[in-house]
Structures are given as C-alpha cells and as structure tokens.
Design a protein around this ligand. Structure first.
Ligand code: NI
Length: 388
C-alpha cells in the first residue's frame, strides 16, 4: 500500500498539469474531440486496450485476468460560460469553461489508470475506464450504455465521483441511497384568444391564465404531494404577448421538475396536467403540455457502500467518510449506469475550510487542487478492495 501512495505522490505534479491543460481547452458535450484524442493517446501510451464510442467517448480496459470487472467513470465536457478567473491556465476557448470540475475528473481518471497499470500485478480482474461526454447535456451516459460500454466484459460494479468545493478537502461525502434528483422537462403552451386590451372580455387573455397556472403549479408541493417527498417545480422561462394594448393569444412556459423518489416522480406528469387542464378550462382557454423524463434519480447501492467503507476509511489520504443525509436536487447522468449495475457515486471534498468558493457553473468557479490526488487515492482504494 505504501509503495502505491509513494508513487501517487510522484504523479501529483503530472496530475495537476493534466487538469490545467484540459482546463485551458474546454469543449462542450459531444464536441470533446481534442479532449478525447488526448485521453485516447494517453491510455494507448499506458498500453491499455482503448476504444472510442459515440464519437467522443473513450473506453480504456486494463485486463488483469480472471476476476470481476470494475468500471470507473469520469465526465469530460465543459459548459457554455465565459471564464472570469485570472489563472494563467484559464480557458483559451472563448465562451467555454470547465466550471464544474470535469477537467479534474478527467485528470483523476487518467492518473488512476497510470497508477493501476503500474501495480497491475496486484489485481485480479479487469478495470474499465469510462471517459464520458456530455454530462451537462444532452447526456452521454445513456448513449454510451446503449452502445454497450457496460458489456464485453460485463461490468460488475461501477464508481464515479464529483468534485465538491462545498466539502472540505480530505473528506469524501456520500449519500447512502438517493444521491441526485431526477430532472424532467415541462413545456406548457397556454392557448387563449387575442383581442383589444380595452375589451379584454371579448378575448381570452393567455397572460392572465398563465399567471394562474404558474401560481397553481406551486401548490402541488405540500398541497397535493407530501413536502417530505422533495419535489421542486421551477418554471425558468415564460414567453408571450405582443404589445401593451393587445390581449395575448398564447403564452409558452418552460420548466424543470426535480424529484428524488421514483414513485412520486411517476405521479407528477398526471398531477401537473390535471391542474393545467382545470385552470385553463375555468378561464375558457386551452393548452398543450409536453412532459419529458430526463436524467433519473441517482440511487447509490447501500450494500456496496457498506462493503467499500473500510477501503475508504483506511486510505491514508482520506480524513473522513461523511454520510450526507440529503440528496442533491441537481441531476447527474451517472444515474443511468446505476440502473444497470450496482455502484456508488462519491462527492470529492475540494474546498479549503478557510475559503469561500464560487459554486459549480459560476464563471469564477474553482476548487482546491489538492483534492485531485485524493480522488485518485479513492479510486485506487476502491479497485484494490474489489480486485485484490
Ligand atoms: Ni458536473
């Protein structure tokens, strides 16, 4: 064990420079051509079997003979944000930024691969390294699974992590079961009847109806659904109207619905539609409604987490494994892998306690780079625990 962590110390400089290099050349979902090429070449250089999948996904396989197959996943995409930090390694691509730590995830998984290759004689089984595009949307996990990344060899267990600047460096956070919310899409079109604003009774004012729909939708949580169920309905966009003296004949409303309970999630489209139908009917208006299920609830395997707990807490780089009682209401497409195989998604603490950080998706987002080494340490402990 000591030899492994000594070697990891030697790799820390490379780890940070890999992260900074990726940070400078961020790419959006499914256009990660340069990033995936770098990953491909790096893994090839380590002597792994490497495949490209879904254009920009990269899969590396370390085959150490008979035994289970453990998959480790990193997301590799960036966000359409203009970076506002003043690091010398800030984004060189205008309007694109690694503002969620996926640059760190990618570097962590590359160095994990390097380290496991070096100590492959300790392993009995296979390690699959999944470098996944488009986590920020439209979603890379599902197409990768459909393309067979969990097969040949069949993956038995999977682990992933996300950098969390809100958790102290050295601490690994984890939710025992529900870890991230499902994120579904809601689009409503209110159909009224246009007319002159001074004779509003002759038309059907879609703006007034929209107002009532919006307010009523906020009564679903707590009046129709138990507030303990954790549901958020947020309508982020509304569009309608022409001029101050014209009755609007239509209004478009778009929103997101977040839930952490799969059963509650299934009931919501019906609840929402009933409410929209009732309100529009009462106002002589009409509507159409689109409801699309997005990323599912991320459900960690509680059993597997118990099984790996010792491997984590005995890791000299990790101060503490912190159980988080509440799931994140954010969504994470790692959830799709967990619908197929047991696994755990960890929160890699990456904040100095004395500092305030801008959160993920902020133009000034940053994190404590000392966490990168801990991320590698976590993955290595998990693999050794499973394949030793
Ligand atoms: Ni992210």
């Amino acid at each position: 064990m000591k030899k492994i962590f000594d070697y990891l110390d030697c790799l820390e400089e490379e780890l940070i420079s890999l992260r900074r290099d990726i940070h400078q050349y961020p790419e959006l979902g499914f256009t990660e051509y340069k990033t995936s090429k770098k990953i491909f070449n790096y893994l090839k250089g380590l002597g792994l079997e490497v495949d490209m999948v879904c254009d920009t996904g990269v899969i590396g396989l370390l085959d150490c003979g008979e035994g289970p197959t453990i998959a480790l996943r990193a997301d590799i995409d960036a966000l359409p944000i203009v970076e506002e930090t003043d690091f010398e390694y800030k984004s060189k691509i205008e309007g694109v930024m690694h503002a969620c730590g996926h640059d760190g995830h990618t570097a962590i998984l590359l160095i994990t691969a390097k380290l496991l290759v070096k100590f492959k004689n300790l392993l009995k089984g296979k390690v699959k390294f999944i470098f996944q595009p488009a986590e920020e949307g439209p979603g890379g996990a599902k197409p990768l699974i459909d393309a067979g990344v969990l097969e040949q060899p069949r993956v038995d267990k999977i682990f992933g992590l996300h950098i969390e600047e809100g958790i102290e460096t050295g601490v690994i956070g984890v939710q025992p079961k529900e870890a991230s919310a499902a994120a579904d899409e809601l689009d409503i079109l209110i159909k009224g009847k246009g007319g002159h604003a001074s004779a509003s009774h002759q038309g059907v004012d879609a703006i007034v109806v929209a107002g009532q729909v919006i307010t009523s939708l906020q009564t679903i949580v707590s009046r129709q659904i138990n507030p303990h169920s954790r549901v958020v309905i947020s309508l982020g966009k509304i569009k309608g109207g022409y001029k101050r003296n014209v009755i609007a004949d239509k209004v478009e409303i778009s929103g997101t619905v977040r839930t952490t309970n799969p059963e509650v999630r299934r009931t919501l489209p019906k609840r929402i539609e009933e409410l929209v139908r009732g309100v529009t009917l009462s106002q002589r208006a009409d509507y159409s409604l689109d409801y699309n299920f997005g990323y599912p609830v991320l459900l960690n395997s509680t059993t597997l987490l118990k099984e790996v707990e010792d491997d984590i807490v005995s890791n000299p780089l990790i101060n503490r494994l912190k159980y988080l009682s509440l799931p994140s209401m954010g969504a994470e497409d790692f959830a799709y892998y967990l619908k197929k195989v047991p696994g755990v998604f960890f929160r890699l603490g990456a904040g100095e306690s004395s500092r305030d950080y801008y959160p993920g998706h902020h133009p000034k987002f940053t994190f404590d780079e000392r966490a990168l080494k801990i991320g590698v340490g976590l993955f290595v402990s998990l693999v050794l625990g499973q394949l030793d």
